[in-house]
Ligand binder design. Structure first.
Ligand code: 2P0
Length: 332
């Protein structure tokens, strides 16, 4: 398939969902290539989405990026340009691009906006550049800029496993494999103070627990994967909660706290639910929100309980969701 060099303006629009890791990617292999130090396993979330339109336009003098209508420069624009450059190079395209992205949830606060954002951008850039790439190749492009984004190219449950100089991403189980709900308890609309990339770099360099985490994470991933394949929700939830707490311990040991008082209150409520016989387990990423895993049958009751915890702004319920997909494309 030929590139778009010299052609008129062309666009592609993509919808993608964030994914939440049950086994966390936390730490990078030394060297280039953005290769995770730990294998990870995630569930893609139906209830949150990013919509991104990329337009290669001969009239532009530089790349432009807006998120939620706000014009972005600096690091976010540089990361977008990294992906656009790779698509341009492969397509022998010389046009700059306009990237318009919208999240229907808070950006950069630990709700995995980078996973949905960079997966949507990579797929839209590839398609707008008229490249005929398979999903693995587009996922690899996204992974090099933001590793968790590679998992959003697969519906349901996905794994990202480091290899020699890259990482392999694949679906582990389809959407309907397990009837679970993920309840995202939103505790702030603010952006987080320490990004995931900076947090994991600092942890790898300074945390006394980093090496222990990397070896634990490999075992934990294997156990979580086996519990998922066995459809053992209770085991899957318990192992996932432990995995998240271990990840946070590496950061807390060096004074990087993603948790806020409301996060702790939600974790406490989840324990209370379990003590009363409701299967509920928590996971947290590099931000203050808490995501609670429950069997789908208890979703409504648990949403009400978590929504009543002081400080919780709202609870967004998701089920295992769809992969990143093109929703529109053509000449602009
Ligand atoms: C994860 N996180 O597995 C882990 C758990 C956050 C905590 O992947 O540096 O934005 O862009 O490759 O993908 C968030 O990190 O990091 C993340 P980069 P990314 O979901």
């Amino acid at each position: 398939v030929s590139g778009s060099s010299g052609a008129g303006a062309r666009f592609a629009e993509v919808v993608s969902h964030p994914n939440i890791a049950l086994a966390k990617y936390w730490g990078k292999r030394p060297g280039d290539g953005n290769v995770p130090a730990t294998p990870s396993l995630s569930v893609t979330l139906s209830g949150l989405s990013t919509k991104t339109r990329v337009t290669f336009d001969p009239k532009l003098a530089h790349d432009e990026l807006t998120i939620g209508g706000r014009s972005m420069s600096g690091a976010p624009l540089a990361r977008a340009t990294e992906i656009l450059d790779a698509a341009r190079k492969a397509a022998s395209c010389t046009q700059f691009a306009r990237v318009e992205s919208q999240n229907d949830f808070p950006t950069a606060s630990g709700l995995a906006s980078s996973a949905s954002g960079f997966s949507a951008l990579a797929l839209a850039a590839v398609r707008a550049a008229r490249l005929d790439w398979d999903v693995a190749k587009v996922a690899e492009l996204a992974r090099r800029t933001s590793a968790s984004a590679a998992r959003s190219f697969y519906s349901g449950f996905a794994e990202l496993v480091p290899e020699e100089s890259a990482a392999r991403v694949a679906q582990v189980a389809p959407k309907d494999h397990l009837a679970l709900s993920v309840l995202a308890c939103v505790v702030t609309e603010d952006e987080k103070a320490v990004s995931s990339s900076d947090g994991m770099r600092k942890v790898a360099a300074e945390s006394p627990f980093y090496d222990a985490w990397v070896s634990f994470a490999a075992r934990s991933f294997a156990d979580i994967r086996a519990a998922l394949l066995a459809k053992d929700f209770e085991k899957l939830g318990a192992l996932s909660e432990r995995n998240a707490l271990a990840m946070h311990a590496t950061a807390q040991a060096i004074g990087v706290f993603y948790m806020q008082p409301t996060s702790l209150a939600v974790l406490e409520e989840v324990r209370r639910l379990r003590a009363r016989g409701t299967l509920a387990f928590a996971t947290m990423d590099a931000g203050p929100h808490v995501k609670v895993l429950v069997p789908r049958a208890s979703k409504d009751a648990v949403v009400a309980t978590l929504g009543a915890v002081p400080g919780v702004l709202r609870v967004i319920a998701s089920e295992p969701g769809d992969a990143a997909r093109v929703v529109a494309e053509g000449d602009a």
